[in-house]
Design a protein around this ligand. Sequence first.
Ligand code: LLP
Length: 424
Amino acid sequence: MHSMDHFLYRNGVLHAEDVPLTEIAASVGTPFYVYSAATLTRHYTLFTEALSPLPHMVCFAIKSLSNLAVLKLLGDLGAGMDVVSGGEYRRALAAGIPGNRIVFSGVGKTRDEMRLALTHGIRQFNVESEPELRALSEVATAMGVVAPITIRVNPDVDARTHEKIATGKKENKFGIPIDRASAVYAEAAALPGLQIIGIDVHIGSQLTELEPFEQAYKKVADLTERLRAEGHTISRLDLGGGLGIPYTRSNEAPPLPLDYGALIKRTVGHLGCEIEIEPGRLISGNSGLLVSQVIYVKEGEGRDFLIVDAAMNDLVRPSMYGAHHDIDPVIEAAPATEPHPYDVVGPVCETGDTFAKARPLAPLNEGDLIAFRSAGAYGAVMASEYNTRPLIPEVLVRGDQFAVIRARPTFDEILNRDTIPTWL
Ligand code: LLP
């Protein structure tokens, strides 16, 4: 069920909060992304409520949806930010997030990125390897500052999610093996310019069960006791992101933030640590739709194609992960309408540009608007201009207001990014 969002039919028209999607389409053209401020707020608040009264910070994983307006909205609610690049760090700063609420994750932080964050302020670096530890120590020492760190441990648990987004098995590239934690923490403690403040773990994304979190967090609790016994200060636990969302309205019911919070309290609540989490998808996923228009309905061999004006470059998840996104007509179908199976495809010249196969939908015609659900996370941020299709606009709705928060670029802007050398 999409019961936690604010995209509902009213008088037969799909709305984002109080704004009919037809109105946005008429104003900005299709395709576009639209986000609901009320849904973003609600999802963020579910996490803060689930973790209270433990001391905590919810650091939004910017990678899932990085528009400055969204970051500002969440930042104003008190959210911290989890960044994985200098670019994301700059976004957080530009949205007004103070450095002491920004966490820097990622396996390949460069020295330049480290300097950037140490210059403008950082809550902590989540260090993922020994070479990174040494690099950060060098950079901080050269700058005459101390870098607060956690070390990301790989707990070797199976997140039971799509293989491309599982990160907590020992064969994955992330973190240090939990068995080596004692040695690596000892090395960190001996290096100048670093201050150990805690432990970090993140086992994967779109987890639909609590079990893998429980295994991982129990290991982190044991490790906390062990590292403390070895003389380290462990005052903060970053427990990562990854809580999954419902992508279909069938009987799919991933665990709720409240149950996740209870699990955190049960597994690590007794340690007296400040708790940090890095959710992305659960906050942004069902806060956004991709709205598109039917260009043609084409009869094929034993199937009808719905050729729409959005494509894999706008929303890559179906072609990249085989992901399912529910599709709804913007104008609600009459009650007893018989669904018709469609292959929903974009205009890009690849068979992989397919959003859905044999998807039963109310009959649609040229010019009709459709909405892809659950497109707020890993949608706009993964878009490209493949086929020289301009990045599509992003729109934010709050109540009865809406604003374009990223405009569609003009073709001149796109073409002007290229340079033809004078010697050609
Ligand atoms: N923290 C770290 C260190 C991460 O690597 C990730 C996601 C998160 C937090 C946020 O995870 P979330 O709460 O959103 O599950 N593009 C893929 C998802 C990639 C996730 C990468 N890491 C998709 O479209 O499904």
